[in-house]
Design a protein. Structure first.
Length: 325
């Protein structure tokens, strides 16, 4: 039985793309940490269904059940998800319509970014599509023989790194998931065990003042962020200084929703997210100018920049930025 919780955010739970696995007697409490904190001893996991269904099909998980029997606060949310009411305010509904939302034969379709273009997908698949696009990009890199480690910074519940670590079980690449939230670290650990990747290392790490000494053991690690640099307070400056001081060679693949900032420096880019949308989600501006200047000042190479590479949801598209030293 898999236990735990994904505390990454209400937005992801509302994406109607999650499955919880609930051992008997599970209780939720909102008191301590994030929107869905656990009482001590409580045991619930919420994670991406594509990954959990995959584990289920592989007989790693015995049970997959919906969340709606859990408790009052969650019932409402899941009911909303059942009805596919993802964007409840008039402003959100307008944004949804602007993003190309329509119904075909009762199926809600949205346009989501994919490799810089837009594709129409059932709304339930938006989050899992994002994960699979990231894996499609990482897979050839990890198979290239260039890297001896992959380290995800701010891995949340860990499904991205656990999935890719599972695929790469036959390689010698070391996988490390780092995260500040203890419940998310617990979630990652249980996912790693369930997925048969117990050697994936999990580290609790505060990226606002990190000690990355553990990275010195590697010749050339591949660092990954997904929706993390855009929430780092006050900025990722100390993280980037630490990376440079510890690693003579590394690659960084950053997935962050900054296409509007890329467009501000490159008039050819037509961004799918505006500065206003970005700021309305309390994200920290200035990431791309900082990153671009950092790369230039330290003689690094920009391997790929794909504005609006993919999105967790239609109004929150991620750009892919791959730099190397
Ligand atoms: C939007 S979530 C993204 C999680 C995961 N990368 C994903 O794609 O699902 C942002 C993550 O950054 C983590 N985070 C925020 N501030 C952090 C910090 N100072 N140090 C480490 N992680 C942090 C949060 O705990 C959360 O897991």
């Amino acid at each position: 039985m898999i236990l735990g919780v994904d505390l990454v955010g209400i937005e992801q739970l509302l994406s109607a793309n999650h499955i919880a696995i609930l051992p008997k007697g599970t209780r939720l409490d909102r008191s301590t940490h994030g929107p869905f904190p656990l009482t001590s001893g409580a045991n619930l996991w919420v994670s991406r269904p594509a990954f959990l269904t995959y584990l289920h099909l592989k007989d790693v998980l015995a049970t997959i059940r919906g969340l709606r029997s859990v408790g009052a606060g969650v019932v409402d949310m899941i009911r909303a998800a059942d009805q596919k009411i993802l964007f409840e305010t008039p402003k959100q509904r307008r944004a949804m319509a602007a993003a190309g939302h329509r119904q075909v034969n009762g199926v809600d379709l949205v346009k989501m970014p994919r490799m810089g273009g837009l594709v129409e997908v059932p709304i339930e698949l938006v989050a899992s599509e994002y994960r699979s696009h990231v894996h499609d990009y990482l897979r050839p890199l990890l198979n290239s023989g260039r890297y001896d480690a992959m380290v995800e910074l701010g891995a949340g519940p860990g499904d991205l790194i656990v999935t890719i670590a599972r695929e790469s079980r036959d390689t010698t690449i070391k996988f490390i998931g780092t995260e500040i939230s203890i419940p998310a670290c617990g979630c990652m650990l249980e996912l790693a065990i369930a997925a048969g990747t117990p050697l994936l290392e999990i580290r609790r790490l505060d990226l606002s003042c990190p000690d990355l000494s553990f990275l010195s053991a590697f010749r050339r690690p591949l660092l990954l962020t997904s929706g993390v640099l855009c929430v780092l307070q006050p900025s990722p400056a100390s993280l980037f200084d630490e990376i440079l001081s510890k690693l003579p060679r590394f690659d960084l693949v950053a997935l962050e929703p900054v296409s509007f900032e890329i467009a501000e420096r490159d008039s050819r880019v037509r961004p799918l997210i505006t500065r206003e949308q970005y700021l309305s989600q309390a994200l920290i501006p200035g990431l791309w100018p900082f990153l671009e200047d950092w790369v230039r000042c330290h003689g690094m190479i920009v391997e790929r920049v794909i504005p609006d590479f993919s999105g967790k949801r239609p109004i929150h598209p991620m750009s892919l930025i791959h730099v190397a030293k």
